[in-house]
Design a protein around this ligand. Sequence first.
Ligand code: AMP
Ligand code: ZN
Ligand code: FE
Ligand code: FE
Length: 294
Amino acid sequence: MHHTTWQPFAAAPGARAPGWVDLHMHSNLSDGALSVQEIIDTAVRRRLTAIAITDHDNIDSYALGKDLAQKNGLELIPGVEISSSWDGSDIHILGYFFDPTNLQLNTALERSKRRRLLRAKAMVRKLDRLGVRIRFEKVLSYVHGGTVGRPHIARALLEEEYVKTFQEAFEKWLGSDCPAYVDSESLTPMEAIALINNAGGAAVMAHPAHTNRDDLIPMMAQAGLKGIEIYCHRIPSASRRKYQDLARRHGLVWTGGSDSHSERPGAPGIGSVKVAHTVVEKLLEARDRHFAEI
Ligand code: AMP
Ligand code: ZN
Ligand code: FE
Ligand code: FE
């Protein structure tokens, strides 16, 4: 079985050297502020040589952006950040190089999008009972691509002046220990990894320090995880070293990215965390080894 509809970008003569890549960012197809086009323009301006747009449970960025990226000599890698959970913890699994037309992956993501919509509705209902009246239509007005999330609710709370800052919306209402929170019924991390692997991709654990479930790393590595984010926005260096050791122990590729959601001042912008292009090659090698072994 061969899954390689996606091929590494072949550099044209005189093209930029392998250079720097950013493998984690969000567009307005999920909860980011920039369109796919604006992201590509920004990445080109910052002289990145490859990016992956890793929207939450949404893979539409690749089809939207691939021609524009190619025209600009930017390698656009199919990307996604799948939400999964395991005994109460949210585990974010990044996926790269998958076949964007894979039926099983698309079906699972459609299901996640529907669940997200129901969950957002439930959170708005909970807020209403708590005396915080925002209309669901208001929340939906911020959604461009079908993946609704808590940040869209936060924007509505901000707009309706129930909170003074975006952050306050999470601290007061939307955080996992807050009164308006609703758990998202989602995939297990092992299911998320299998979906990416079955679609010919490479799965990577996002922001491990933030997730704080190191105990799950051996199990995920066993399930076919290929990498772990080592270079993240504001990761303490001691923590980075710890994950480098864990990655070494479990044969995982070190990856990284900005997790950019906007270009607002103070927020991590596109390319604010970057890794060498060799990371892309290492992930591809890990993916190819996986398929050579099965
Ligand atoms: P959801 O996928 O709907 O559970 O929303 C998760 C997203 O909300 C994350 O990817 C972040 O973009 C954002 N988020 C979560 N917690 C916070 C927080 N404390 N402050 C700001 N944004 C947050
Ligand atoms: Zn997000
Ligand atoms: Fe995440
Ligand atoms: Fe993210």
